[in-house]
Design a protein around this ligand. Structure first.
Ligand code: SAM
Ligand code: SF4
Length: 477
């Protein structure tokens, strides 16, 4: 394996365990688990349903299970696991693009520095407030702020934008959790954004394969694989214990990327005693001046399969699916494992306040596949019996990181997450939903209340729901 540490550029303490991705090892694991017997595949699914985190070898068994029957069994396993661990809850959030200046040259991204057609915009403080007011008016409580990589977007700037978002209150609206997706920082920088009260710090490795990485990251700081792969370690060292990893599917073989993601999770668990909070697996989309090449294109069939495999591999890690995917794919993979989705998404700069319904790729990063409003997404979720949640309780009660893990066990979800989903959904139904959605929502809440055998607890929950109806806000367990 190549040496990837550059002593002239970094201090060793900035790059803990930098060698944890070994391409040869990953390919070897995939190879030695080729053509698994149906019994072996079933054994692995059963192990996951027994709530064990799968090893790399076990995950490779699922990846190599290629017959339609076995794939269906994997999907059924993921469905069952999702029901058992997460219940019917789906957390909703929205992305907010703060600035598209970028010094990097990622071949696939509309914001790349070489893309002269892209109109460069950085939202002013007032413009951010206008966007947030629109998002609050639609019912959102959780945002992820997204930034290009540029000297202007340093840690102090990011922290300021986060504080700005938290300060916007309109009617009963407020943003209770601000996550960020921004370029890797040094430890000092991460401390600055942590102090602004961010929820999750999210950064995607894009591809875990070093050569594929170099092929598409053509210039700028992002070209440095090592700086990026160690970003979340620096975040941890700075005290951010709530982090999100991801791979951009379509840059390299998806089988490899699934094991790369898992290796990244292992690294976190080994070093920090806590896995990442979330995993993202965006599929590459058309961007201004960029068409997806078929070479590593991930088909719908492969995509839905890999979501199910990831669910089984890491039963307790949140999985995020975004509006990059069209509604029918979103609806399918919600069944086997996704725990968070965005709704009412607009990724155009100043897009929420300008209310344009056509995408303009010169104003944004890539094409989205699902442009339904938040209420349309809510309707769809309710129609399938899901409990949409805007809950932010764990983060605000400091139930994150290592401490969060102890809560991520059966029982906790039922006693905390599910009731909090109902309480935040009731807020939505009261403040933002049309009458028809309100009716459907309360019907679903009533059905879910029947699941609570503990009379005392149910009474407590009903009492809080009544208080929400009477106008109290922000009640949670
Ligand atoms: N600039 C920062 C960075 O690159 O990490 C953060 C924001 S970047 C706008 C967020 C993510 O968008 C990237 O990590 C990448 O995975 C994703 N992305 C970029 N171009 C894309 C495309 N054409 N289709 C789908 N996702 C894309
Ligand atoms: Fe810049 Fe991020 Fe886009 Fe790369 S993916 S060009 S770093 S905004």
């Amino acid at each position: 394996m190549s040496v990837i540490y550059h002593p002239q550029k970094y201090k060793l303490e900035d790059l803990p365990m930098q060698n944890f991705i070994d391409s040869d090892e990953i390919w070897e694991i995939l190879k030695r688990n080729e053509n698994p017997t149906p019994e072996r595949v079933r054994e692995v699914i059963a192990r996951s349903l027994d709530k064990h985190r799968l090893s790399l070898d076990e995950t490779a068994v699922l990846i190599n299970a290629n017959t339609p029957d076995l794939i269906e069994e994997i999907k059924n396993g993921a469905r069952e696991l999702k029901e058992r661990v997460y219940g019917k809850r789906i957390v909703l959030f929205a992305p907010l693009y703060i600035g598209n200046l970028c010094v990097n040259n990622c071949a696939y991204c509309g914001f790349r520095t070489d893309n002269k057609k892209q109109k460069r915009i950085t939202l002013s403080s007032e413009e951010i407030r206008a966007e947030v007011e629109m998002l609050e008016d639609s019912g959102h409580k959780r945002l992820i702020l997204v930034y290009g990589e540029h000297p202007k977007y340093d840690a102090a700037f990011i922290a300021e934008t986060v504080r700005n978002v938290y300060s916007v209150k309109k009617g009963n609206g407020e943003i209770r959790r601000v996550n960020i997706n921004a370029a890797p920082m040094d430890i000092e920088g991460f401390k600055v954004v942590k102090d602004a009260g961010i929820g999750t710090y999210q950064v995607f490795q894009e591809t875990y394969d070093r050569n594929a990485y170099l092929k598409v990251h053509l210039g700028g700081k992002k070209r440095d694989y090592d700086w990026r792969i160690t970003a979340l370690d620096r975040a941890q060292e700075a005290g951010i214990d709530d982090v999100g990893i991801g791979a951009l599917l379509g840059l390299y073989d998806w089988r490899f990327e699934v094991l790369g993601l898992l290796r990244h999770v292992n690294h976190f668990e080994a070093v920090y005693n806590v896995g990442p909070h979330t995993i993202s697996f965006p599929r590459l989309k058309k961007a201004s001046g960029f068409e997806v090449k078929p070479e590593f294109d991930v088909s719908d069939e492969e995509f839905t399969r890999l979501v199910a495999i990831l669910r089984l591999a890491v039963p307790y890690t949140g999985m995020i699916l975004t509006a990059r995917e069209p509604a029918h794919i979103r609806d399918e993979v919600l069944q086997f494992g996704v725990s968070q989705i965005d709704g009412g998404t607009n990724i155009e700069m100043k897009g929420y306040s300008s209310k344009k319904d056509q995408q303009d790729l010169d104003h944004e990063q890539f094409t989205i596949g699902d442009n339904r409003t938040l209420n349309e997404v809510m309707e769809e979720l309710l129609g399938h019996g899901y409990l949409p949640s805007f809950c932010t309780a764990c983060y605000r009660l400091k139930r994150t990181g290592e401490h969060f893990m102890e809560f991520s066990v059966p029982g906790f979800i039922k006693r905390f997450c599910q009731p909090n989903a109902m309480l935040t959904m009731a807020e939505y139904l009261e403040d933002y939903a049309p009458a028809e959605t309100r009716e459907k929502g309360y019907k679903l809440i009533a059905e879910n209340l029947k699941d609570y055998q503990d009379e005392q607890f149910r009474e407590k929950l009903i009492d809080r729901l009544e208080r929400v109806k009477k106008g109290e806000r922000d009640l949670y367990f």
